[in-house]
Design a protein around this ligand. Sequence first.
Ligand code: AR6
Length: 174
Amino acid sequence: MSVRNRIEIIRGDITEVCVDAVVNAANSSLLGGGGVDGAIHRAAGGELYEACKLLNGCNTGEAKITLGYKLPVKYIIHTVGPIWAGGLTNEPELLAACYQNCFEIALKNNIQTIAFPNISTGIYGYPKKEAALIAKYEVEKILKAYTLFKKVIFVIFDDENYTIYSELFDLSVL
Ligand code: AR6
């Protein structure tokens, strides 16, 4: 299947998506927070918090894995996006590293279907269009390189990101 056919854009709540793994846009404590992180912790339950306590945090751009607990997924991959600070502190490289490291963990765990939120584009303030271009570039690169990945779903929560992703992936021609 072509790269484009293995990418899906959906609107909704990532805690309701059934895939092998969902990605969490966490903070470096990995102990929960607001936004998608809060939603994932609430839905997965207290066992996720206990598991995260054992992970010793996570640096920006890196990723760590837990089970999915009460979510309808096998795994949660927690990654820490960069906080936007004007673009002069390696934010693009760090955001790209989030996607790369999530896929590296996915490969090691035989994860074939994976759902991403729009990392860093909420509380962390990354400009949405720029973040979407990085997400698209990294996902297409990995799908070209690895046929193991059968489906990558971008789960879009807000209107602005949905408009951006619709244009970027030309949803009108589907
Ligand atoms: N499902 C899918 N996407 C969601 C959901 C959801 N349930 N809820 C929000 N989004 P954010 P960040 C979207 O702020 O910018 C947390 O406190 C949202 O519309 O969740 O990486 C962490 O603990 C946006 O497009 O994450 C960190 O401290 C995207 O998810 C900090 O926020 C990311 O927004 C991380 O900030």
